[in-house]
Design a protein around this ligand. Structure first.
Ligand code: SF4
Length: 494
């Protein structure tokens, strides 16, 4: 232990803070406690026997924490609070031995420092957020862009190495703050150039232009026709499901044809793709079905008098059922709005009932294929191969991850599946995210693991552990590992 009157240097990231006694470093993750460099946050251990909630226990207190991860393996050491050994010229902070079904296992845990990282955000809304590739800003700084929309959702891609490192200092700092808040499930205000402003929070309904979104659409306009044509048949003469992408028209749609729905002679503005499916009926916006429409009749050019008839009934409805209007043609074949009869109200309600609650979903994506691997093995490429061969399981805070095929260890994880506040940052700027690698001791040795640093859980030396129950939808990190069997190796693998 050094002299408490002296500053000590933290070498857990490239900032290399000098920290006075009683003070924390620039990231608030490390502090000088009486001349000793300590990780400030408790180390998070998943305990599958705990009810929901958590408890803090001191390490080494044998009544609360025996360090026993053996046989019934009710606990899993996550990387949250474990610390970092940047730039990984030395082994990862904890390389923990366990036993699983009598087989010696190892879990290597580290808080990775990710300069190459970002979030992918799925926002369940039909409302227009902005053009694809439009810049997304936080506090006025560019932090990402709108990417390709998905079914019923708008997508944003934020962060990445360019915003973190290639813009100005402020851009990097704001990008890092934005990613950190989103990953730790806090609300963040974002604005799209030429588009909407919104508040996004993982696991919560998005707020777009000040309006909280309620429902994700039932499907596109064409899909809605397919889903409900049978129920509408014989009850209403024509149905138009207004959608910014694919507006559906019952009488022309394949579903209507198969059922024998009578032609109505309706003429729709926009570009007809296939019968009963129209693109570009209006511009995108925050009105009916993600269009800019306040008046749905503006997409109807007219009715062919040789086919339409006075009294023809018409339901116009949006893809969420949020907007709906009922019309009958008068003697001049002009649509006149009427109060919705009960069966039409029920049709609209059925659409609404089939819409799922609108949510914002945040996936963290990071590249763990760099120097971090050297904290696991002397021969980093072998860790990559072992992950690809499924001999090594990757988790993030104990949560399952998706590892992209191809080179590197590029993974994605749903931030809702990690314990709360699992992410941190360093001012380089970069995000700190937990990552754990679990494999058999034999495989660990074979890939050149740091065998001299393998130790039992009871040797953990952080001051406190935070025992938390795992997210109930997550598989237990050690379940379904196959330590006795051998998974098929990747073609050409070592
Ligand atoms: S910013 Fe980096 S060097 Fe400073 S305390 Fe945090 S991890 Fe240590």
């Amino acid at each position: 232990m050094s002299d408490p009157s002296e500053k000590i240097r933290c070498d857990a990231c490239p900032v290399l803070c000098y920290i006075k006694d009683g003070m924390a470093g620039a990231c608030d993750r490390y502090a000088n406690r009486a001349g000793e460099l300590v990780r400030v946050d408790p180390h998070v251990i998943l305990d599958r026997t705990l009810e929901h909630g958590g408890q803090i226990v001191p390490f080494g207190h044998r009544d609360d924490w025996s360090g026993d991860l053996m046989e019934d393996h009710p606990r899993f050491v996550t990387a949250i609070g474990a610390g970092t050994t940047y730039p990984d010229y030395k082994p990862a902070p904890f390389i923990i031995s366990t036993k699983l079904d009598g087989i010696d296992m190892v879990t290597v845990v580290t808080e990775g420092i990710f300069s190459y990282c970002g979030v992918k955000i799925k926002i369940d809304t039909d409302r227009y957020l902005g053009a694809e590739a439009a810049t997304v800003r936080a506090r006025g700084e560019p932090v990402g862009h709108v990417t390709t929309g998905e079914y019923g959702s708008q997508m944003l891609s934020l962060g990445g190495v360019n915003h973190l490192t290639h813009g100005g200092k402020k851009e990097g700092r704001v990008t890092c703050d934005t990613l950190l808040d989103l990953c730790n499930r806090k609300p963040v205000e974002l604005a799209v150039d030429g588009g909407a402003t919104m508040i996004v929070q993982a696991g919560c309904a998005p707020i777009v232009n000040g309006v909280q979104e309620q429902r994700m659409r039932v499907g596109c306009g064409s899909a809605a026709i397919g889903m409900f044509a049978q129920q509408w048949f014989g009850q209403v003469d024509e149905v138009i499901v207004v959608d910014d992408h694919i507006t559906g028209v019952l009488s022309e749609h394949q579903a209507g044809k198969v059922l024998g729905v009578r032609e109505t002679g309706i003429r729709i503005r926009g570009r007809r793709s296939t019968p009963g499916r129209y693109f570009h009926v209006a511009a995108p916006g925050a009105g009916w079905g993600g269009t800019n429409l306040d008046d749905p009749l503006s997409i109807i050019e007219g009715f062919d008098p040789s086919k339409a008839w006075p009294g023809l009934s018409l339901l116009m409805v949006s893809t969420t059922g949020e907007h709906a209007a009922y019309f009958r043609l008068d003697d001049a074949l002009r649509p006149v709005e009427h109060a919705k009869p009960p069966h039409i109200v029920a049709f609209v309600e059925r659409i609404r009932e089939n819409c799922e609650p609108a949510l914002s979903t945040v996936l963290f994506m990071g590249g763990a294929g760099g120097s971090l691997r050297a904290g696991v093995t002397e021969n980093p490429v072998r860790l990559t191969r072992s992950v690809k061969d499924m001999l090594t399981r990757v988790t993030s805070g104990g949560a399952p991850v998706y590892v992209w095929p191809g080179g590197g260890i590029t993974f994605m994880v749903d931030v809702m599946r990690l314990p709360a506040n699992a992410f941190g940052h360093v001012p380089t700027p970069a995000i700190v995210a937990p990552i754990e690698f679990t494999l058999t001791l034999a495989d660990y040795e074979a890939l050149g693991g740091h065998m001299a640093h393998v130790r039992p859980a009871e040797a953990l030396h952080a001051s406190f552990a935070h025992l938390v129950s795992p997210d109930e939808v997550n598989p237990w990190p050690l379940d379904h590992l196959d330590p006795g069997g051998r998974k098929p190796r990747r073609k050409g693998g070592a």
